[in-house]
Design a binder for this molecule. Sequence first.
Ligand code: HPA
Ligand code: ZN
Length: 359
Amino acid sequence: MCKSPLHNFLASLPKAEHHIHLEGSLEPELLFSLAAKNNITLPVSTDASFASPASLRKRYSAFANLDDFLAYYYIGMSVLLHAADFEALAYAYFAKAAAQNVRHAEVFFDAQAHTRRGVALETVVDSFKKAQVRAEKDFGVSSELIMCLLRHLPLSSALDTFGLARGKGYFRDGTLRGMGMDSSEVPFPPPMWTELYEAAREEGIRTTCHAGEEGPPGYVSQALDLLGVQRIDHGVRALVDGDDALVARLAASKTLLTMCPLSNVKLNCISSMSEFPLRRLLDAGVRFSINSDDPAYFGGYILENYCALQETFGLSIRDWEMIAKGAIMGSWCTEERIAKLLVEVEDVVEEWARQFEEQ
Ligand code: HPA
Ligand code: ZN
């Protein structure tokens, strides 16, 4: 809970989340219990942080950079083996998100990180789907699943995995709403992936891409120009270092940037929360959402990200109204769902604005 007088407003604001890796919501306690259940030996002999959930959590507070985090992230998800593990992971995320008034979530998963360990794609996707259906029924949270491909593996692996998902009909039947790319960034720039995004375009699906997290603003331009993505995940370096022409282009094209402030600070993509380019985003009219990325690793879910920004920038209720509405309008759900969620935001904003004006 933050110290702002707006904390309860931020908690009750209806939210859309677009940048959450389900594997990044694996809390250390669940990680250890799944390791025990599935007879997976954690590498405690070479890394003492795997001694207990508490020591692992402590290590998570000191990541040097993206790759340092990713090493833990891939070890962590190796405890996920069975359908029930994937369903439990996703349902736990939806329960936490719903408790923070997330009303719509577009969630990532890393297909290859599981298939290369011998877990079938259907085990992963069908289990996440079950959790999505339960979350809609139990919490009224709508959601979409986005398959991410890994940049540190060869293009052929990404194409094979894309082909596997296409062959199962997951894109055609809407089980997978779109495709993204993640993992290490700087050595694997957008021009490497044109063939993959061409295949996605032929399939007629929506596309996004992590870009400008550690990489330069030019990677964001390349993702737009060469990959034809409709969305950029992170893009923070484009807003910190990018020229006005790039920022104006993002604003004019209404490209949604799925921003993750706590992640950016924890991975040293920015030096502190005060470097987060919130003012530039708002002043330039760039469409963006605020997200948790890997909440179990970066110290908070979506509300903690909202709070961190509020404590640093002291935004008004009307600023938050703009942020919340921009996020909803950038969502890949139906027009009806968008319209309903916008009304929900207006109702909460009006109630709180009235209370504050009365004081
Ligand atoms: N960046 C790149 N890859 C990732 C991330 C991220 O923030 N989270 C999980 N995989
Ligand atoms: Zn991410």
